[in-house]
Design a protein around this ligand. Sequence first.
Ligand SMILES: NC(=O)c1ccc[n+]([C@@H]2O[C@H](COP(=O)([O-])OP(=O)(O)OC[C@H]3O[C@@H](n4cnc5c(N)ncnc54)[C@H](O)[C@@H]3O)[C@@H](O)[C@H]2O)c1
Ligand SMILES: O=P(O)(O)OC[C@H](O)CO
Length: 331
Amino acid sequence: MKAAVLGSGSWGTTFAKVLVDSGTETVMWARRSELAETITRRHANPDYLSGVRLPSGLRATSDAAEALDGADLVVLVIPSQTLRENLRGWTKLLPPDATLVSLMKGIELGTAKRMSEVISEVAGAGPDRVAVVSGPNLAREIALEQPTATVVACADVDRGAQVQRACTAPYFRPYTNIDVVGTELGGAVKNVIALACGMAAGMGFGNNTTASLITRGLAETSRLGLALGADPMTFAGLAGLGDLVATCASPLSRNRSFGERLGKGESLEQAQAATHGQVAEGVKSCRSVLDLAERHGVDVPITRVMESVCRGVIGPVDAARLLMSRSTKSE
Ligand SMILES: NC(=O)c1ccc[n+]([C@@H]2O[C@H](COP(=O)([O-])OP(=O)(O)OC[C@H]3O[C@@H](n4cnc5c(N)ncnc54)[C@H](O)[C@@H]3O)[C@@H](O)[C@H]2O)c1
Ligand SMILES: O=P(O)(O)OC[C@H](O)CO
């Protein structure tokens, strides 16, 4: 089995390490040739994973054609809002029967499409050829080989099992599932809820607030998922509750950290600058998740409030007041 990993940020690099440690021959694509050179020759990616030693068998190139040559698995792991444009450039290079694997956790602005939908549309690949990997997967913890589990979702059971085999490492345990919609939604919406949890922490609120946001965040994710045809059980699993808890609780989460800075009184520009170019997907996906919910008539109050925060229309204090002054209802 040969894999091409397109994207050399924190998760792309970490997942490439997982693949190699699972016995899968892997080549990464990096935008900058200097970074590709550093990964191949120094077995490190200091820009995204400082202090982590990468497997000596892991190679990187800045030539997408070279990375994709003969690949059975094509792993896409770049910021969600850049997928369509990048994939257009790669489509002619994709091996015809390769499984296309999305590691991204976002919803496209404008179209409100999930990443697997964008992949199918641009690459002209049937949904059976597209898999999604999502779960409580903070890159640095995995790069340090701390045990974690994840979900490989694919409509085609055999392809899902193929991806599962390719990424089963001593510290990484993938479960398969056929609910692509629920798995992707869990990953995208939890980023928005993590922004809210970070903001609450930045304002000095404690565990009750966090737990309330996590639980009600899961409720709105499940409502939206049901409207889109997802399996409700997915939201009780690794790609739902699992990822939500990990992201909302961890200082390693870029989304939570972004929200925390806002809660402490920093501006959107200051919080953006503090990401050092790394992607906090929820900041943009809050808009597309809200669009998706509105198209399906689903109420997503936390997402709605965070969209106003991320647009700079309201601040953290108004956000908390708006959520707490909603009409009372049954759980
Ligand atoms: N980091 C994690 O812990 C983690 C875990 C699971 C899923 N994810 C998801 O994986 C995706 C990628 O996240 P990441 O953590 O690797 O991000 P990152 O910010 O660490 O790296 C992004 C990578 O994409 C590249 N990139 C940026 N803009 C680009 C463009 N316009 N065209 C092509 N490449 C571009 C960067 O050079 C970098 O290599 C996101 O959707 C994220 O939600 C991240
Ligand atoms: O750093 P974040 O906020 O993008 O979250 C990383 C992963 O999605 C956690 O599973």
